[in-house]
Design a protein around this ligand. Structure first.
Ligand SMILES: CC(C)(COP(=O)(O)OP(=O)(O)OC[C@H]1O[C@@H](n2cnc3c(N)ncnc32)[C@H](O)[C@@H]1OP(=O)(O)O)[C@@H](O)C(=O)NCCC(=O)NCCS
Length: 191
């Protein structure tokens, strides 16, 4: 773990409050959270699972994710309410950027976010995304990107509120779990 990540992790756990006053805790995603994360991802609605970039309901994918957290290529905050994971937000950077720092997109970090459907519209997504936006500069990121299908309206709202702007639509760029092609929207924000 690099010193910049160590400094950031010292901020957590962090207590936050949802719009209705519900207390939540932000924590860094760690090996001990593996089973709780699988419980969370396996409880996601079918419509969310349809659009997952990777199958995060699979233990192998969660293990690979934790491995990226260990190398520092990915930084993930999990949100817990009454002990249960109800959402997460990740910042994904170039793989192995610590050892191969010359990549031309090394300044870009991609945000990925998911909130339990029971907690949508509570401000949780906005709080999580703002948290990641705030720590991104300390991880060497100067531009944030977010990718979503055109159907993911809640994501567009959250990212626009944080200052993200529309960049491009890539037609038929992703296929959902049912094998149907979807257009991918890319948004970005300079820090
Ligand atoms: C995107 C996501 C994290 C937002 O979480 P959230 O907790 O609902 O976020 P917030 O409550 O902070 O704000 C969401 C806002 O979008 C609005 N919204 C949601 N769906 C909308 C729609 N179809 N049209 C217009 N606005 C919409 C909500 O009303 C809310 O606005 P409000 O604050 O005025 O009530 C959540 O919807 C989610 O997990 N979606 C599935 C995964 C996903 O799309 N990820 C993005 C790819 S990286």
């Amino acid at each position: 773990m690099t010193s910049s990540i160590r400094n950031i992790t010292a901020r957590y756990p962090k207590e936050v409050e949802l719009r209705d006053g519900t207390p939540a805790t932000f924590q860094t995603f760690e090996d001990d959270d593996r089973e709780d994360m699988l419980e969370f991802t396996r409880g996601l609605d079918e419509d969310v699972l349809l659009f997952l970039r990777e199958d995060i309901t699979s233990p192998a994918t969660v293990d690979a994710w934790l491995a990226e957290v260990t190398t520092g290529d990915t930084f993930t905050i999990i949100a817990r309410v009454e002990g249960h994971i109800v959402g997460y937000c990740s910042l994904h950077t170039e793989p192995a950027r610590w050892t191969r720092p010359a990549r031309w997109t090394r300044h870009i970090g991609e945000i990925r976010i998911n909130v339990d459907s029971n907690y949508r519209g509570t401000g949780m997504g906005g709080l999580l995304a703002a948290e990641i936006r705030q720590i991104a500069p300390a991880l060497g990121v100067t531009k944030l990107s977010a990718q979503m299908t055109v159907d993911q309206e809640g994501a567009r709202v959250v990212f626009e509120r944080l200052g993200f702007r529309y960049q491009a639509t890539l037609e038929g760029w992703v296929i959902d779990r049912d094998g149907n092609a979807r257009d991918l929207v890319i948004m970005s924000c300079d820090l």
